[in-house]
Design a protein around this ligand. Sequence first.
Ligand code: FES
Length: 222
Amino acid sequence: MRSERLTVVANEPIGPYQLVRLRRSGLDPGTPGQFFMLEAPGRVLPRPFSLCLAAQGELGFLVDPIGPGTRAIAALEPRDVIRVTGPLGNGFDLSVARPLLVGGGIGVAPFPYLSERLGRPPALLGFRTAHHAEAAALVPNAEVVLDPTLVTDALPDDPGDVLACGPEPMLDAVALRVPGAQLACEAPMACGYGACYGCVVPRDGSFVRLCIEGPVLLAGAA
Ligand code: FES
């Protein structure tokens, strides 16, 4: 894990989201599904983001501007500087034979990088509206379903190795259909490296810190 101040290269809207691209400097992009803490200027608490794009020399993050912290990051402009720490946590296990990426909403965020690393496997993505679904253009070979259709409605009978990211109800539904699926989970994170216990989630009848054990967990053990 390293922490550096990175310069914003570009910031563009993708549907209701913002794709914030930073000059990578010395930071390693890590494994897809790992996360970085982004600390916007003037904000006290950093926010966790999985890496969306790892273009040469850049780190790209897809931001859903839903609160003060995420809005501050979504409002960054080229040449602004932001502190970035990572990569953190455990990402997806890439040793899968028949990957299928399954995501909902802003859960699409880690898939462009994941898709690139896995050789562009099929993806099944669900969104609330066609406006939100514009983000699917970032993921090769994606089939899109819109609300009220759920991604679990569209899962094939034999989905193969599912790697999923999305809201908790979607991940719960995927876990029921596909035991052994890899689930990129979310929890409030204040530190990102095990110090604050803000990200504790139940697992195996006990509790774990998602930033240390996760954020990618195996369905069936969560
Ligand atoms: Fe602080 Fe996990 S985010 S312990």
